[in-house]
Structure formats: structure tokens, C-alpha cells
Design a protein around this ligand. Structure first.
Ligand code: SAH
Ligand code: SF4
Ligand code: F3S
Length: 482
């Protein structure tokens, strides 16, 4: 994929897409690897860690899997469809063995973790299965697989954050980069497989985060997105820190609000975004920090999942409808211009028409600018799979999803219409998809805006003031303010 990953990669539409890395100087490496990524931004960020580990071990990247010695697929388990997409793609990638009988195929990420060695029985031509906390062992696993043995490492870790590894940016636009700030998840949303595939939550050393952001800035990047499944529960305690990472005794603990500020101070020209916020953990402290720094984008992805308190309870989201609505009101009170988006699941176990209407009405209350919407897909091993019956017929799940999508389109359009005539500071990301006579960029609120280049000497990575003159459901259209 990616022109840009839109900060949360779990949309159904994006799951089929993947990217291959740029080609390094081929003479610098004696072997070639090819990697494709599926799922959320964290998986894409992990692939950049993997690329770095492989580069260190003599593998250069290629965009053609046919010429690779090592073909990797970084996988997602979030919904059944995500896993189907990966399996289908694997049958394609397996053809590499026709061109190069010694080539190895490795499965990384959440599906590797969920299925473990079972994967090797199901997909005979796979040589390696490597879970998200085991990427440092890739060189050893490759050596093992080269001798003809199947290689597996799916151990989850309590402290691995890959803090010291400098990611190799894959297919980036050179303007915005992802920075992983934590791994795993300690929440137990009953529908969700992530706690099983990613393990316990752990926070990365803030000094290494700030350094990575500063390096990106010095390399011309103008936007970082801090990534975690639940960024608001970021918490780093100095005791856990080793002297080599630059921290020392007497340092205070670092909360997410503290971290946001540290990153905002890297440079006023560096925009800061983050994803994802769990409504139960986002604090006033975070909201005030956002309000205080112009370069922290006024945009929050705040997944609601359902608007019904009863369903939220079954989902184990730990907030009620009213509590969520009050949180939205609080955000708008502190930052009236804040953009808001959500994730929504339709047809969760026992969901009634009334529950569904509650979801529709909470969407209207929240006035989301955008949402990622899914119908419920039961995942083996989750709390919901063990406790509740997946009792909503597929046609009902899909009809409700359809209604939610239609409502979101109307809300997005309304939100864009409200921007007509306003002027926004836009960070240019590159040419618009349609024409190289137009730029594409984003507002602080994360809305995509397209506008003619005209006679101005601008480039990607530059900021420009743009007045909104028109819009569609998904995009603002503007004109540079001279
Ligand atoms: N950590 C993030 C979400 C990670 S998964 C958070 O808590 O918000 C991304 C989204 O996928 C979730 O927000 C949810 O809407 C959706 N999702 C997760 N499991 C699902 C399932 N079993 N069926 C359908 N959608 C699911
Ligand atoms: Fe899954 Fe919930 Fe954790 Fe998000 S917060 S990753 S939905 S368990
Ligand atoms: Fe998918 Fe794993 Fe992310 S299940 S959504 S790739 S954490």
C-alpha cells in the first residue's frame, strides 16, 4: 500500500494491500529479501525493524519476490478475512521456489503467533514461523532453515521493544514516519485477538523514542505518528532502564502526556500524531498537552466499538455510553477544533436493533469525521468466542454495517461542508493521486486536502496555508492562500 497509511491500518479495504520495500544498493548485500505487510500500522513499523535486522545480516531489499532469497509476509489475525487474504497471497508467493529452489518463505506477525507450528502443517512450503517479539532471532532462524529444518520462534516477551534498532524506512513518502512507542496490550476486549498475538503491554524507553523522532526530522521528515494499541497507557519507569540507553537514577516516570510533550519539543516544524487511544485511558493531561503545542495535531482516533452500554459491557470495554459521550464533550471543550474518528463493530454477540440504534446515535453525538467499520468476526480463543454465541446472522451484521457506513458517509460529508471557506495549515505529502499539477496534504485534523500547485515554489514536507473551496465525502479541495 501506501501512499500513506492513514494512521490506523485495520480497515478492511486496506488489509488486502501491502507494500514492498525500496531497492537498496544491490552490490552492498549478497542476498535479497522481499517483505509484504498486512494489518495495522504496528505491523508496518515492525517490518521496518525486520528490514533493519536483515540489512545488518547481509540481506538487501528487493521489490520483486521472484528474485528474492528470502520471502517474508507479515500477517494480521484481527478478522477472519484478514487471515484469508494472507493465505491467498501465500499461494502466490510460494511460486518463488520455482525460480529459486533454495529460497526460503517466512511467516511473521500475528498469524504466526496465533497459529504457531500449526502453520507449518497447514502450509507445507513455509520454512519459518516468527512471532512479533522474536525478530532478533531471524538471522539464527534463517541459518536453521537453510539446513532444511523448519524454524519456529513464537516466544512472546515481557520487555522486548526493539528500542535500540533503527528502522529502515520502507516505501515511505519521506514526510511522515511511524514510531512505535509500546508493544502488546493489557486490555481484554472480549472480541479481540491482539492480547494473544502481541502479548503483555510494555513501554519503550522515551529517550530512544525522542532520538528516533529527531533522526527522522533531520532526515527531512515533518510528521511522526506515535504507535501503540493503547498509547494513553504508555508508562515508563526509570528503574527498568539500563545505563546504556541514556537514562539515569533520579529521573521521573514518563506518562503519555510527558512523552507527547518531549516529542513535540523536538522541533516546532515536526507534527506529532498518535494512535490508538482507548477512551478509558485518555486523560485531561493528554488533552491539555495537545492544546498547548501547536505541532501536536488536533485529531484523536477514539474507537467506540458500540454505542450500547450493555454491548460495551459484553465487549469488556470498561466504559458506558454516557461515559464515552462525556469524554467526547470534554475533548471538544478543551479543543473545539479537534478532529475525531472511531472504530465500530456491528453484529457483536446478542446485539439487538435497539443496541444498533444506540451505535448510530452515538455516532451522531460524536460527529466523527471518519470511522473504520467492521462486522463482528469471531476469533478463536478470545473471551467472546469462549463465552458468547456468535448469534447474529451474517446478513443482519452486514445490513447493520451498511447502515453504519451510510451514516458515517453523511457525517463525513457534513464535517467537510463545515470546513468550506476556512483556511488550514497543511503539510504537503506529495502529488495528488489524480494529477501532478495538484498537491495532496493533510490538515492538523487529519483531513486529506488537494489543491493546485499554481506558480508557488513548494515541495513535499513544506507547510502552506490552504483555503477550502469545495469538498467531497472523503476529501477537501482548496486553493493556496497567497
Ligand atoms: N487497540 C485498538 C484497536 C486494535 S484492532 C483499540 O483498542 O482501539 C482495530 C479494530 O479492529 C478495533 O478497534 C475493532 O473495531 C476491530 N476489531 C477487532 N477485533 C475484531 C473482531 N473480532 N471482529 C471485527 N472487528 C474487530
Ligand atoms: Fe484489542 Fe482492546 Fe487491546 Fe485494542 S485495547 S488491541 S481492541 S484488546
Ligand atoms: Fe492485525 Fe496484529 Fe495489528 S492482529 S491489527 S496486525 S496487532
Amino acid at each position: 500500500m501506501l501512499e500513506r497509511m492513514n494512521h490506523t491500518m485495520h480497515e478492511e479495504s486496506k488489509q488486502g494491500e501491502a507494500y514492498a520495500p525500496f531497492v537498496n544498493d544491490p552490490t552492498a548485500y549478497n542476498k535479497k529479501f522481499y517483505i509484504e505487510s498486512y494489518g495495522c500500522a504496528m505491523n508496518f513499523a515492525d517490518s521496518e525493524i525486520v528490514a533493519s535486522i536483515l540489512n545488518e545480516n547481509g540481506f538487501g531489499a528487493t521489490r520483486n519476490f521472484e528474485e528474492a532469497d528470502l520471502v517474508l509476509i507479515n500477517t494480521c489475525s484481527i478478522r477472519e478475512k484478514a487471515e484469508q487474504t494472507v493465505r491467498k497471497r501465500l499461494t502466490e508467493l510460494r511460486k518463488v521456489k520455482k525460480y529459486n529452489s533454495g529460497a526460503l518463505i517466512g511467516v511473521l506477525g500475528c498469524m504466526a503467533e496465533r497459529l504457531k507450528a500449526q502453520f507449518l502443517e497447514e502450509e507445507k512450503l513455509v520454512d519459518m514461523v516468527v512471532g512479533p517479539d522474536a525478530y532478533r532471532s531471524l538471522p539464527a532462524l534463517i541459518s536453521e532453515a537453510e539446513t532444511g529444518q523448519k524454524a519456529v520462534n513464537v516466544l512472546l516477551s515481557r520487555d522486548e521493544t526493539y528500542a535500540d534498532i533503527s528502522p529502515i524506512r520502507l516505501d515511505s513518502n519521506g514526510v511522515s514516519g511511524f514510531v512505535s512507542i509500546m508493544r502488546g496490550c493489557n486490555n481484554m476486549c472480549s472480541f479481540c485477538v491482539v492480547p494473544f498475538t502481541r502479548g503483555r503491554e510494555r513501554s519503550r524507553d522515551p529517550h530512544s523514542i525522542v532520538k528516533e523522532c529527531a533522526d527522522l526530522f533531520n532526515n527531512g521528515y515533518r510528521e511522526v505518528t506515535l504507535l501503540g494499541q493503547n498509547v494513553d497507557s504508555y508508562y515508563w519507569v526509570p528503574e527498568h532502564n539500563s545505563p546504556s540507553t541514556g537514562g539515569g537514577r533520579g529521573e521521573a516516570a514518563v506518562t503519555f502526556a510527558n512523552l507527547l510533550e518531549m516529542v513535540a519539543l523536538v522541533n516546532p516544524l515536526l507534527r506529532v500524531r498518535f494512535s490508538t487511544s482507548h477512551p478509558k485511558d485518555i486523560t485531561d493531561d493528554v488533552l491539555f498537552t495537545m492544546a498547548k503545542h501547536e505541532n501536536i495535531c488536533k485529531y484523536i482516533h477514539l474507537p467506540v466499538q458500540s454505542g450500547s452500554t450493555r454491548v460495551l459491557q459484553l465487549m469488556n470495554r470498561t466504559y458506558t455510553r454516557e461515559w464515552y459521550m462525556a469524554k467526547v464533550d470534554r475533548i471538544m471543550e478543551i479543543m473545539p477544533d479537534c478532529g475525531l474518528s472511531s472504530d465500530i463493530i456491528t453484529g457483536f454477540c446478542t446485539e439487538t436493533e435497539e443496541d444498533h440504534q444506540d451505535t448510530m446515535s452515538i455516532m451522531e453525538h460524536s460527529k466523527y469525521d471518519m470511522s473504520y467499520m467492521f462486522f463482528y468476526s469471531e476469533r478463536p480463543g478470545t473471551l467472546a468466542a469462549r463465552r458468547y454465541k456468535d448469534d447474529i446472522p451474517e446478513d443482519v451484521k452486514k445490513r447493520r454495517l451498511d447502515e453504519v457506513v451510510k451514516l458515517q458517509n453523511a457525517l463525513s460529508h457534513k464535517s467537510n461542508l463545515k470546513d468550506l471557506g476556512k483556511t488550514f495549515k497543511v503539510l504537503i505529502e506529495g502529488n495528488s493521486k489524480r494529477s501532478d499539477k495538484d498537491w495532496m496534504g493533510r490538515t492538523s485534523q487529519n483531513k486529506v486536502i488537494v489543491f493546485p500547485k499554481e506558480q508557488y515554489e513548494l515541495n513535499k514536507g513544506h507547510y502552506v496555508m490552504v483555503k477550502v473551496t469545495d469538498c467531497t465525502v472523503a476529501t477537501l479541495i482548496g486553493k493556496i492562500e497567497p
